[in-house]
Design a protein around this ligand. Sequence first.
Ligand code: NAD
Length: 451
Amino acid sequence: MSMHRSRTSAGARQDVPVKRASPVKAKAGLYSVVQRQFGRAANYLEMDPGIRAILGSTMNEIGVHFPVKMDDGRVEIFTGYRVQHNNALGPFKGGVRFHPSVDIDEVRALASWMTWKTSLVGVPFGGAKGGIKIDPAKYSENELERITRRFTFALGSNIGPEYDIPAPDVNTNARIMAWILDTYLSLMPSPERQASTHVVTGKPVETGGSLGRESATGRGVVFTIEEWALNNGLPLEDATCFIQGFGNVGSWAARLMKKRGARLLAVEDMFGAIRSSHGIDPDDLHEHVSRKGSILGFPGAEEIGHESFLRTKADIFIPAAMESQITAETAPLLQVKLVAEGANGPTDPDGDAVLQRRGIHLIPDILCNSGGVIVSYFEWLQNKRGEYWEEDEVNEKLQKRIVAAYRRVAHRASRRPWEPGGEARLDWRMAAYAVALSRLGTAYKERGIFP
Ligand code: NAD
């Protein structure tokens, strides 16, 4: 394995393996995936055409090009986006992603999923998403700080504590949220600064972040898996799983699955995949990744190819990396009972159809990975009220909310509605959409549409 000097998203120089060609196929129009999912759900709900038109489009799309001075004195121009999909239920809310794949289509899709997610889990937010088209591994920490701050400046009053609240996503973390916070506050009149720390969530605890936010998405994934396991008679202490992505969501899910006694058989990150039939210790792997920058080279595990990774025989697969991983081509390879979607949009509609045909259960993304936005809501509330909650309290409240959402979806899925093609059980993605869209539809009916 060849090595080169590179930098992580946090900017620290490390020895990491050379990035291999991504196993992810080029995303053909992620927003069209959202439109297909939404269209199916809207048909099923016989949604009012006016409300359908509103929810089927985004509200605001902000694109910015901004210059940043590099360490060597050069000036580079970056492109960033913030898409505000809908705020019928509360302020726009959604993460900020730093990735070369970021474009307006991807951000529109991710923003729409946020609207469905916040509605499904009943937090008073709308949906938004943002990002910068950038490979953060190519920049120093100082450059990343300047890029983040300049992006925040360019967004200006398009974000705000009661208007649009960013959070971490792929390749962004608490430190980056602290830079957004500091830049935003610096642009405000001094007397208003202290009352505005809830402009961003996922902050470091010392700057007003919530205990439990860092682990929240992975923890939520595991709470939903626990509930599924209970309902399907699978003791988690006997269960096996494998995980794609070992960043925030994947590594927390792995470590918390270990606490429930489950065995981790294989892991994949952007550099490659590893497997061990004896099981991979996620705490040791986490430590390995923090030193090496990748899962590769982990002692006791063999390196395997992408297809072999997908063919891993286990009870549960947790995709926790990027979109469009489970497709018509890859879904037939899976040999699992459950797919728990830690990532946003890891399964496309053709992949969904294969999973259903093969009887593989699914906990859809807008439910499975909602722990992040639930605890972001708790952080926002704590900031507004000037409170600090204990971590146990945060985790308990998270469990209560996500399990309640799980049960709403399970209840909806158990009905036997009419669907084109005959009597069919409502699949879990459509059940989650039905719950989310019904709440949004009711809000629009009650408020009416101006003018
Ligand atoms: P992250 O940057 O912390 O980690 C991403 C991981 O995916 C890394 O291990 C990376 O190596 C791996 N990866 C990237 N490209 C890959 C590829 N082509 N093949 C295999 N692995 C690849 O990101 P994260 O915050 O853990 O987010 C992961 C997913 O979860 C995203 O879909 C994100 O939108 C979603 N999500 C995150 C949060 C959150 O709170 N961070 C909340 C909800 C949903």
